[in-house]
Design a binder for this molecule. Structure first.
Ligand SMILES: Cc1cc2nc3c(=O)[nH]c(=O)nc-3n(C[C@H](O)[C@H](O)[C@H](O)COP(=O)(O)O)c2cc1C
Length: 242
């Protein structure tokens, strides 16, 4: 079983590639399912050098036995600190094999996302690393190839908790009612069910993972984050980028 969380589709693409190769199944987080399969995968985006809130909740709740082989892919825009070690600690179980995989950056809260050209380049660069990792998993090997960034312990142990405490509010999200076409993409794409359409317009209900699926997935760019997201490059996974 492969457990996956994804906002803008990169991690979902990774999980599905692994599942195709292993003949395995993908279960999206949040989920209450805990599998007794011998081989367990966790595929997660990186948020401020740590795991997203829903992934942390899953890892804390999940119980795997000693003989289960657990591997992890930290999908990121560049680097992931010691996310793999954070995940192992939350899970209370060793992670036998881990890689980070740099795929297009979706963090529109901070600046431009990666462009379509960047996305193509990044998927092309990441594919051999992923293919190699899948071979390691098939053989049940111990393995680590994680790009951690500068001062990774500080990033994961100091910056990440600050992000969780101070930067996970959904209050900065807003909709330009004139641009919104009430298609409901934001509601259906939100992985944590935080968005409800009221009179055809999105409302955010206080349980946001900051995944950016709503803002990056809006077909008319009607959703904004604060005052500075207007005009920023947006990113959502598309097969065209492969
Ligand atoms: C709130 C937030 C924080 C992020 N923090 C990091 C980070 O610390 N390091 C990094 O390399 N990428 C970071 N990213 C980029 C994502 O990890 C990256 O774009 C990932 O591929 C998104 O996966 P998804 O498409 O499955 O949601 C962040 C993105 C968001 C939205």
């Amino acid at each position: 079983m492969i457990y996956c969380f994804s906002g803008t589709g990169n991690s979902k693409w990774v999980a599905e590639r692994i599942a195709d190769e292993l003949g395995d199944k993908v279960e999206m987080i949040p989920t209450l399912q805990v599998s007794d399969d011998k081989c367990i995968g966790i595929v997660t985006p990186t948020y401020a050098w740590g795991v997203p809130g829903p992934v942390a909740d899953f890892l804390k709740a999940a119980k795997f036995s000693k003989d289960q082989y657990v591997y992890l892919v930290a999908v990121c825009g560049a680097n992931c600190g010691i996310l793999d070690k954070q995940a192992a600690k939350l899970l209370g179980h060793p992670i036998a094999a881990a890689i980070s995989l740099a795929l297009p950056n979706n963090c529109i809260q901070l600046g431009d996302c990666d462009t379509k050209e960047d996305a193509k380049r990044m998927f092309a660069a990441a594919t051999p690393k992923l293919t190699n990792f899948i071979e390691k998993i098939k053989n049940g090997e111990k393995y680590s190839d994680v790009t951690r960034g500068f001062a990774p312990v500080v990033l994961t142990k100091v910056v990440h908790p600050m992000f969780m405490k101070f930067a996970t509010s959904d209050k900065p999200f807003s909709v330009d009612a004139g641009k919104c076409v009430s298609c409901g993409a934001c509601e259906s794409r939100c992985p944590v069910g935080n968005i409800k359409l009221v009179d055809g317009k999105p409302t955010w209900n206080g349980n946001c993972a900051q995944c950016t699926a709503c803002i990056n997935g809006c077909p008319t760019q009607a959703i904004q984050y604060g005052k500075r997201s207007a005009g920023r490059v947006r990113y959502f996974f598309s097969e065209e980028n492969l």
